[in-house]
Ligand binder design. Sequence first.
Ligand SMILES: *Cc1c(COP(=O)(O)O)cnc(C)c1O
Length: 418
Amino acid sequence: MTLRIDESRVREEVRRLRQESDDPVCAYVYDIDALRTHVRAMREALPAGCELYYAAKANADAPVLAAIAPWVDGFEAASGGELRWLRAHQPGKPLLFGGPGKLDADIRDAIAIPGCTLHVESLGELRRLAAIAHRTNRTASVFLRMNIGVDGVGDTRLMMGGKPTPFGMDEADLPAALAILRETPRLTLEGFHFHLMSHQCDASIHLRLVNTYLDIVHRWQRDHGVAVTTVNAGGGFGVDYADPSRSFDWAAFCEGLGRLLAERDETLRLRFEPGRFVSVACGWYVMEVLDVKRSHGEWFAVAHGGTHHFRTPPAQGHDHPFVVWRGHGDVAVAHEKVTLVGQLCTPKDVLARRQPVDALAPGDCLAFPLAGAYAWNISHQNFLMHPPPRMLYLPPCDAAGVASRHDARCADVVPSKP
Ligand SMILES: *Cc1c(COP(=O)(O)O)cnc(C)c1O
């Protein structure tokens, strides 16, 4: 099982939108049902005894969280803002609170939340946490985030560990961290946290990595005389935007993981906290073509919206995949390579460069899939004061795949940035 992309329901919704209004389309459309199906399949593939959390920084929209919630053990917050947002929108769900640069106020909030686990990123942060627990007379569950080098697991495009980074502690700091914890009975060391990379597309390499984490944690337990219950192996399951079928193979990974845990007779619990791989496929960004023009011999399509709504292409440094949904306009360009741009007055506002298109005209829609994670919420929406996109959430389907509400309309909400 990897990522499935189905454009039919999203396309139907956009068609309806255009029948209703002459305004050029500029919208995010989220297929909440597809999200539910996907996260449920992820959950069901995971071996018993493994836990699944969702890293909310990928997309913390309330309807997205609500669809995911039944299939995960909890949510990971990477900032005080996310922590309070998750607390408000998913009350009662267990939370993990990680990330560098936690404020004292964030730490105070976190230790006041029942069932919140703190991921400690440095010795200094651990000392502050200990002092705050003492002052407020509270207890807390703690994971130490460790930045370790692991040989033979390759590099991905986005490495957070195994080299100098602001994330986690060096193994050399472990004795000092454990000494602080021994002196602070209010803090319970529950486990170790590793999130060394994002964009991992190779399931067998990732299995070896998880195996190494388990080995290392057993060694630390022996060497330092500590006992923990859980290893958080992070997120980072990769998405191949150009060819989604080559994304991380979750099913193969889970199968291998089941065998690995059985062979090891593993006593530690394993926890994962993916973001991108969970929510990326549920979202689409759709922009209507306003102008098709030629410049110095190359074709450009200028569409309603741009990277101030959808920063994913420049953030990833890639040409984002797209489909063209033809309108009724006369073909302006056919069988040419076209660069797809938005409305910003900067040459960086490019979503895909020199892409072959069969036919394109003003009034057509450019629909970008894989826009459900690290998309709207990483975008600089205020630049140039263009209005925000519409935010449309397709209604859930019943078991037969039929939209449950009578008119099958989307919920249209004011765009929010958590
Ligand atoms: C961002 C992040 C994740 C999620 O990463 P994905 O690549 O979206 O799966 C998980 N854990 C931590 C600590 C993170 O910072």
